[in-house]
Design a protein around this ligand. Structure first.
Ligand code: CA
Ligand code: CA
Length: 297
């Protein structure tokens, strides 16, 4: 079933009218627009001309009839198809380097299956979903802001063959997504990755054996807790504590053992450092988790 890109929301909101209402498990294809909603078409269109009310549209939301608040949604990212060209921007005061930027600039980034041409440099594709989330139990949250509901996490691990787990906060979950990147470096330091429109194939089910307060991502190589907060320091505290608790609960370790193992082979990594809340992940090698008999699926 296809979720068309004319179903757009700018907030993750329990009051949003669903684009679709379906039962799990289900395979869905979300058609998504780029984070500028297609407003930047040429290199003469800069952030100065942008209507910011139309930034970070997410396609959806989809209501899942057999999902309740307190469940855990399991979203397998089966494929991401990106539409060339991508777009990148720089602008004064935008991102970590914004203070050093004196004039806005937009570049078009053409790409093929094999290479992404950024300023004449050929880079590999690493397609990912920047914004993906469920409706929060409380007030609506703008699609540009990440949190325990997911949202604008800009996590490079949310890529094909990964599985994202989101704690469901309201009945039906209301899953929406957008803001695809054909590639992005950790941190998204200039505020944009290589921004693209495209399609995301997902298989959605529940994983109610998991006890989650925040998002969790599993790839073929790693399992990572994800946390967003006012600062990178606070986000790191939460992501690290969430992983330690997971090792204690599912790996039957003491907190000292969990912490020492994490310190020996785990990686604290920045997802993005430029959104209203900053996002950090704590990643553990999958084979270590397997040897601890921790199975997320
Ligand atoms: Ca983003
Ligand atoms: Ca983006």
């Amino acid at each position: 079933m296809i979720v068309k890109s004319d179903n757009l929301v700018y907030n993750m909101d329990k009051e949003s009218k669903p684009a679709l209402s379906v039962s799990l498990p289900i395979q869905l294809t979300y058609e998504t627009l780029d984070c500028f909603e297609g407003q930047l078409k040429t290199e003469t269109d800069t952030l100065e001309n942008l209507n910011f009310d139309r930034v970070n549209p997410a396609t959806g939301p989809v209501y899942f009839e057999n999902v309740k608040a307190g469940n855990v949604l399991k979203i397998k990212i089966a494929d991401i198809r990106c539409k060339s060209p991508g777009i990148m921007v720089a602008a004064p005061d935008a991102g970590i380097l914004g203070k050093m930027v004196t004039k806005p600039q937009t570049i078009l980034v053409p790409f093929t299956r094999d290479s992404v041409n950024v300023l004449g440099i050929s880079l590999p594709q690493n397609p990912m979903v920047g914004v993906i989330g469920v409706a929060p139990a409380g007030d609506a949250i703008n699609c540009g802001t990440p949190g325990s509901h997911g949202g604008n996490m800009d996590n490079t691990m949310i890529s094909p063959n990964s599985t994202l787990y989101l704690p469901v906060q309201v009945d039906g979950a209301l899953l929406a997504m957008g803001d695809l990147h054909v590639c992005m470096g950790d941190g998204e330091i200039m505020v944009s990755g290589v921004e693209v429109a495209g399609e995301v194939d997902v298989t959605v089910d529940t994983a109610n054996h998991l006890n989650l307060k925040n998002p969790l991502i599993a790839t073929e190589q790693a399992i990572a807790t994800i946390a967003s907060a006012d600062t990178l320091d606070i986000a790191l505290d939460i992501a690290t504590a969430d992983m330690a608790n997971l090792l204690v609960e599912l790996g039957h370790m003491t907190i000292n053992e969990a912490g020492m193992l994490m310190s020996a082979c785990g990686n604290a990594q920045i997802c993005q450092a430029v959104d209203p809340q900053k996002t950090v992940r704590f990643s553990m090698p999958k084979d270590v988790m397997t040897r601890l008999k921790i199975k997320i699926d």
